[in-house]
Design a binder for this molecule. Structure first.
Ligand code: 5GP
Ligand code: MG
Ligand code: MG
Length: 180
């Protein structure tokens, strides 16, 4: 497919992962989850805002009975991680004894996820796993087990499919990377 360029604020981005590939990879994740979570009534925790599109497309393909909740937690400003882990907002469900699957848009240093996992583990879930749309393995600074990953990518700043650059770009159906 021909690359497409978009301009967001002061930066140019070029198509990187097309919707077709994203959806094919998400279907593979859903197949695994459907196998692993039969009879477990998992609780999916989608981390807003970035994971909204990933969560929607993944959960449409999850066929086991499940519950879905949305939490908010952000440690990112502009293009680099601040490392400040914030509180989990919006967690109303009691997760004690539940099989929890966190849905994340992208794991970069892993600070955000590490902080979130610690707060969730304090609440004693029966199990805790992560499904991430994108992971930048070169950037990981924590030993985090990522059980379900749609795609590993190099250390490039990406937008689209839920991911923003200073507030815009989340609605793009494909994933774009910054043109350097
Ligand atoms: P971490 O704490 O793992 O360093 O960063 C995780 C968060 O940073 C993600 O949930 C996401 O909000 C943001 N982030 C990391 N890399 C990127 C990127 O390439 N593009 C965008 N738009 N956000 C990113
Ligand atoms: Mg996120
Ligand atoms: Mg962001």
């Amino acid at each position: 497919m021909e690359p497409r360029i978009v301009t967001l604020h002061d930066c140019q981005f070029s198509t990187y992962i097309f919707e077709e590939e994203i959806l094919a990879r998400i279907q593979m994740l859903a197949d695994e989850i459907n196998k692993d979570y039969q009879e477990k009534n998992p609780l999916f925790l989608a981390v807003l805002n970035g994971s909204f599109m990933f969560a929607t497309d993944l959960l449409k393909r999850v066929t086991v009975p499940c519950e879905i909740a949305f939490v908010r937690l952000s440690s990112y400003k502009d293009m680099q991680s601040t490392g400040n882990v914030k509180e989990v907002l919006g967690l109303v469900d009691d997760i004690k004894g539940r099989h929890v699957v966190v849905l994340e848009d992208i794991v970069d240093t892993g600070h955000t996820l590490q902080g979130l996992e610690q707060q969730l583990l304090d609440k004693q879930p029966a199990s805790l796993e992560v499904a991430a749309l994108l992971v930048k393995p070169e950037c990981l600074q924590h030993q985090i087990e990522l059980k379900y990953v749609a795609k590993n990518i190099p250390n490039d700043f990406v937008v689209g499919y839920g991911l923003d650059y200073n507030g815009i770009g989340r609605n793009l159906r494909d994933i774009y990377k910054i043109v350097s």
